[in-house]
Write a new protein. Sequence first.
Length: 160
Amino acid sequence: MTSKTRKAGGNPGFTDLALDECLDCMCYEFRKTARVVINFYDDALKSADLKSNQFLILVAVGFMKSTNFKTLAEFLGIDQSTLARNLVTVEKQGFVAVKPGKNRREKIITLSRKGKQKLASAFPLWQKAQKTLLDKIGADKWHKLSADMTEVADAAREQG
């Protein structure tokens, strides 16, 4: 059997895979870029003792005033189990309050006074990081890139 011979069932063998195609993969590029950008914002928020995901949760809850898990997860673009894991940290730190909603299964999330103070101290750090990147790539390019990323996400959602 040669390396070009297909296995039973028509599946290609390892040597038949054009792995170089994966180097132009949207998933690869998005993940690689996301890691670098997340690390950049994590570093910027370090003196506030916040990670970027925690900061974004505080921003979302502060923006929405009061919300439930499902709405917050949708707003942040993450699943509810990921939100629950991330929310535990900010809840333990006293930045958010999680209380029962209208029914037993619903939980309402609000920003605590301590969370508002943390957000107020972290916000200028975020502003500086945001300005640094915007100055580097330009606001117009950022808005086009943001629209393009939304288009890719919408296309992926349609297929999923």
